[in-house]
Design a protein around this ligand. Structure first.
Ligand SMILES: NC(=O)c1ccc[n+]([C@@H]2O[C@H](COP(=O)([O-])OP(=O)(O)OC[C@H]3O[C@@H](n4cnc5c(N)ncnc54)[C@H](OP(=O)(O)O)[C@@H]3O)[C@@H](O)[C@H]2O)c1
Length: 262
């Protein structure tokens, strides 16, 4: 088991990525503290983890609320003794109508930038304060390919993802000397997730294609000629969270299947 007895806190655990990572971490022996803005989807993931014998507790925590995140981490530390892994998988809904940057309202542009940067800063900072005391821990972020490649109609999403990747590197530069690694995952769209159909479905429609045709187009840009799965992403998350990845920090794993050059 790659994460035996590791104490992991996941933010946005009721979502597609948070849920898949929770199941993969549990399979590898981690003790999970799952959180999300609404309790019901997080509880559903926790039940799915506990049923086959895993360890998970669910809590309703807004990952933009400093006090709530801090109090939750304190209760985890008080009960489990430490926090080994902090995984921020929050995602805010994509706008229903896609606008060009020149037409975008400044509030709409700023929302993803302030939300993702604030939440990742808060959860990382509050976990790091506890991890540094043990000189051990892993902080993990999730971004997407617009962080690195010009993408139309994503509004503030590209700058938001670029900011989180810069934060990942900067946190690592400060924390790695104290034993805490900071790493990111940059998946490409995974068709099983609702978010990606909702998001890319709009592009498909605008291009006069069906969702299936659009997926084929995206897949044709990868080296494998297919898009990756949640399970593949979660397996990489397990490795990056584990001590096997002790040589990796200040970096973001490119999970684009070759469609985005390093
Ligand atoms: N899905 C993909 O294929 C893909 C690919 C590349 C990158 N990503 C990125 O990965 C992240 C997660 O994607 P996903 O597909 O897992 O999205 P998702 O299924 O929509 O899940 C996002 C989760 O975050 C929760 N959340 C939102 N704001 C929160 C907050 N302030 N505090 C706590 N929880 C909060 C949501 O809870 P509520 O619903 O209760 O608000 C939801 O459970 C996003 O940043 C996305 O851009 C996704």
């Amino acid at each position: 088991m790659m994460l035996k007895d590791k104490v992991a806190v996941i933010y946005g655990a009721g979502g597609a990525i948070g849920g898949a990572v929770a199941h993969a971490f549990a399979r590898e022996g981690a003790k999970l503290f799952l959180t999300g803005r609404h309790l019901a989807p997080v509880e559903a993931v926790a039940k799915g983890v506990v049923a086959p014998g895993g360890s998970a507790e669910a809590a309703e925590i807004d990952a933009l609320d400093e006090q709530a995140v801090d109090e939750h981490l304190q209760s985890v530390t008080d009960r489990a003794g430490r926090v080994d892994i902090s995984f921020n998988a929050i995602g805010i809904p994509n706008p229903k109508v896609r606008a060009l940057l020149v037409e975008l309202d400044v509030e709409q542009f700023s929302l993803p930038i302030t939300t993702y940067a604030r939440s990742n800063f808060l959860t990382a900072r509050l976990a790091a304060r506890r991890m540094v005391a043990n000189r051990s821990g892993v902080i993990m972020t999730v971004t997407s390919t617009p962080s690195r490649t010009g993408t139309p109609l994503v509004g503030g999403g590209g700058p938001a993802m670029a900011a989180v990747e810069a934060l990942t590197r900067d946190l690592s530069a400060e924390l790695a000397p104290q034993g805490v690694r900071v790493v990111g995952l940059r998946p490409q769209g995974m068709p099983e997730t609702g978010r990606i159909e909702e998001s890319f479905g709009l592009y498909a429609k605008a291009s006069g294609m069906t969702w299936e045709q659009f997926q084929e187009l995206l897949a044709s840009r990868t080296h494998t000629r297919r898009l990756s799965t949640l399970a593949e992403m979660a397996n990489v998350a397990v490795f990056m969270a584990s001590d096997q990845a002790s040589g990796m920090t200040g970096t973001v794993v490119n999970l684009s299947m070759g469609s985005l050059d390093d």
